[in-house]
Design a binder for this molecule. Structure first.
Ligand SMILES: Cc1cc2nc3c(=O)[nH]c(=O)nc-3n(C[C@H](O)[C@H](O)[C@H](O)COP(=O)(O)OP(=O)(O)OC[C@H]3O[C@@H](n4cnc5c(N)ncnc54)[C@H](O)[C@@H]3O)c2cc1C
Length: 422
């Protein structure tokens, strides 16, 4: 009798890295992906690999900032008011977690997963042939008050073993001589890195296919059947046909859709999609940007990629899985650039030039990585929000260790999928 496969729902970066580390089991692996695998959140993002992001989104001050931003149509954050019980519950959980105690508890988990992932990216760059650079990250602060806040984060980073340098304007001009930032100061995290995410996803996909992984594109998981604490079969719809697949294990790595899928299994996995946009432009002659950076007040991420172009990404709209592009928010991204780099001219793009993706956001800012608790062969690897690229290889490796009951590389309690109650 043939062995049942490890099945993964979702062919984004988290599903692909889960498959990558499950290869070691020698068992058949099937990935089911509802799209053609050429778009999605894992493609057009800013590609930052950032252990420096060790503070979860749910943190003190975020509620006040969020409420202020809500009143401005070009601001980087927006929650679309909707009569949705899931959104209300998610918002209440976010509120409960936006405190210092939660931040202190989360830091070791985010730091260790960030460092693990970065070391894996370093190790795999040659084998998977993605352009990967370790040039660090600059956090530019326009206002003195923000610079003070970010300097405190830098002090904390140094205390927990992540290098951070507090730089004045002159030092920032030396770092980026072409764009002469007009800011109060900045923080340089030399340990951060970046890559081209679409190249990473494509190369990983080819690697997995060559190793015998089956990837079923344009195939959607529509239901599950369980018995005796086990998922017995998965219902899949592709090209109008329905088929059943019997898994050995099932991992939900379906990004922003993971909450909806978990619901079918009567498993509570709070998740909201945080829509973001990016625009990619060729490097400007004489104004080349060298180091990935974040414009802190504007929440805009800027990444020079593959030696030739620059990607500008930002905004977080919690508004369901709605593909509409809000050009006001895109204008907010574009307008922030000359505020920070007065000599840099980024023209307003056409709507067709704007990419969008849905960040899978848990309400406490930590991903879900672990076994489900209700079905012993159901695993979750999702909810990486703004850090899915950054945390993907570590999450994939941990997921595989959990599935195969190996000793995991690091503590996992912070990532428990059932932490919001079943
Ligand atoms: C503007 C922007 C900039 C960003 N910049 C960065 C950055 O610099 N660094 C970083 O680390 N992260 C960044 N991110 C976040 C990062 O892109 C995400 O965290 C990451 O892509 C999430 O990966 P995923 O695999 O969990 O989800 P996805 O990439 O969304 O993959 C999930 C897949 O599951 C599939 N799926 C869903 N339901 C089903 C179903 N029923 N059946 C079959 N398939 C299904 C979907 O089609 C989808 O392809 C950014 C995001 C945005 C929007």
């Amino acid at each position: 009798m043939s062995q049942k496969p490890h099945v993964i729902v979702g062919g984004g970066i988290i599903g692909l890295f889960t498959a990558f580390y499950l290869l070691e089991t020698g068992r058949e692996i099937v990935i089911i992906e509802k799209s053609d695998g050429e778009e999605g959140c894992s493609f057009g993002n800013a590609g930052m690999v950032v252990p420096s992001h060790f503070i979860p989104l749910a943190s003190p001050g975020m509620i006040e900032k969020g409420l202020k931003w809500m009143l401005d149509s070009e601001s980087p954050f927006y929650v679309k008011p909707r009569l949705s019980l899931d959104l209300i519950k998610w918002g209440l959980s976010f509120y409960k977690n936006a405190n210092q105690k939660h931040v202190d508890k989360s830091i070791p988990y985010l730091r260790d997963l960030g460092l693990l992932s970065k070391s894996l990216y370093h190790e795999l760059a040659e084998e998977l042939k993605y352009s990967y650079e370790e040039k660090g990250l600059v956090m530019y602060c326009k206002k003195a008050e923000t610079f003070e806040e970010e300097s405190q984060v830098a002090d904390l980073a140094n205390k927990i073993g992540l290098k951070a340098e507090i730089l004045d304007t002159k030092e920032l001009h030396e770092l980026e001589p072409n764009i002469k930032p007009d800011v109060a100061g900045g923080i340089y995290f030399p340990g951060d890195a970046h890559l081209n995410p679409s190249e990473l996803v494509k190369n990983l996909k080819v690697y997995l296919l060559n190793k015998g992984v089956e990837i079923k594109y344009n195939s959607e998981v529509i239901d599950f059947y369980g018995n005796n604490n086990k998922i017995e079969s998965i219902k899949i719809k592709s090209s109008g046909k329905v088929e059943l697949l019997e898994p050995e294990t099932l991992t939900i790595a379906a990004g922003s859709w993971s909450g909806v899928l978990a619901k079918k299994l009567r498993f509570n996995l709070p998740m909201q999609a945080g829509k973001g946009y990016s625009i990619s432009k060729s490097q400007l002659a004489g104004k080349e940007i060298f180091i990935p950076n974040i414009l802190v007040e504007a929440r805009v991420a800027i990444t020079p990629m593959s030696g030739s172009f620059v990607r500008f990404g930002g905004t977080m709209e919690i508004g369901g899985l709605d593909d509409t592009i809000n050009m006001n928010r895109v204008r907010g991204i574009v307008k922030s650039i000359p505020d920070f780099f007065p000599e840099y001219d980024l023209p307003m793009p056409n709507q067709e030039e704007v990419w969008h993706g849905f960040r899978p956001c848990s309400p406490d800012g930590l991903p879900y990585i672990g076994v489900s608790g209700i079905f012993k062969n159901l695993f979750i690897n999702a909810g990486h929000a703004m850090m899915g690229i950054s945390l993907a290889p570590g999450s994939g490796k941990l997921m595989s260790q959990i599935i195969t009951k190996e000793k995991p590389e690091m503590a996992l309690e912070g990532f428990l999928p059932e932490r919001f109650g079943i």
